[in-house]
Ligand binder design. Structure first.
Ligand code: MN
Length: 301
């Protein structure tokens, strides 16, 4: 058993996307190997309607899956296949773009003007980049929550955790996507399969993620892990990228801590990425944009 050391602790960066949406990007559009099979994580929590209502009008995707998790407000969406709907608070939409969709995503705030949520992009392996597009929509009550003896809670969106299986399946990257809450001042160890890349994204409270590899040391006076590995606090909008190991460990601060814990099997394939389209080669990327120009991007089902 080993605790995963922290490889990187960074803050999400203010980014302008879509038709002028102010969001924070935790990662994306850089070196993709550390996060493989994930490509991007956007935190679109915002309390100023003028900063998000312009939304993400019609745009294409190919070669990826997008996972939208809404915490407040709704995201209204529509696509080239005629699907229409709204993702509400607590809901998840898992979209497999495959060979191509054109869609729009329009955030609408709740009565308080709040629009909170996250969008994660997962890469598709070469064998599935041109698969048929599909959606999985999961309403809040269908997402199981497991509660441990010490009050730690995990909503299991995808994958299996503490014996509960999330409702989203058939995803190429075989991800585990959890929404974890650890109560104030509790220290918690959470298993993450060794072969996976893993990251945490903090969105409430604060805490310290353990940085020690090897067996867990007993927290005695002057000899606790906090003393042997002093760490920066991970608070709101902190992204923690983990190195390899069997578990992650977190010491919650006095307000507790809530974070997404996401892991997936690396695809280890070449990445050719421009905007909303992610392929393996430059040729495939060029072909996609030529098809968009010619109007042949969307393939019959
Ligand atoms: Mn999109």
């Amino acid at each position: 058993m080993s605790i995963r050391p922290i490889k990187r602790l960074i803050k999400a960066k203010p980014t302008l996307e879509g038709a002028g949406v102010h969001l924070r990007r935790a990662f994306g559009f850089g070196n993709t190997s550390d996060f493989d099979p994930f490509l991007l994580l956007d935190d679109f929590r915002n309390d100023i309607p003028g900063d998000y209502l312009a939304g993400f009008p019609w745009h294409p995707h190919r070669g990826i899956e997008t996972i939208t998790y809404v915490l407040a407000g709704t995201v209204e969406h529509g696509d080239s296949m005629g699907n229409r709907g709204a993702i509400g608070a607590g809901d998840i939409q898992w979209m497999t773009a495959g060979r191509g969709i054109i869609h729009q995503e329009m955030p609408k705030g709740d009565p308080l003007g709040q629009m909170h949520g996250f969008q994660l992009w997962a890469n598709l392996p070469s064998s599935l980049k041109m698969t048929a597009p599909r959606y999985q929509e999961v309403k809040a009550p269908e997402i199981p929550e497991v509660i441990d003896d010490d009050g730690t809670r995990a909503r299991v969106v995808c994958g299996t955790f503490w014996g509960k299986k999330g409702p989203v399946d058939g995803i190429a990257a075989d991800p585990t996507y959890l929404d974890v809450t650890v109560p104030p001042n509790k220290r918690k160890k959470l298993p993450v399969e060794t072969t996976r890349h893993a990251f945490a994204y903090v969105f409430a409270g604060s805490g310290k993620f353990c940085n020690a590899s090897g067996p867990l040391s007993v927290p005695t006076e002057g000899l606790g892990w906090a003393d042997t590995a002093p760490l920066k606090e991970a608070d709101n909008r902190s992204l923690v990228l983990f190195d390899s190991g069997d578990d992650i460990e977190v010491q919650a601060g006095e307000d507790g801590i809530r974070f997404l814990l996401v892991s997936g099997k690396p695809l280890q394939e070449p990445v050719a990425w421009y905007g909303p389209i992610v392929m393996n080669t430059q040729e495939e990327l060029q072909q996609a944009f030529q098809e968009l120009q010619k109007g042949t991007f969307l393939k019959p089902t």
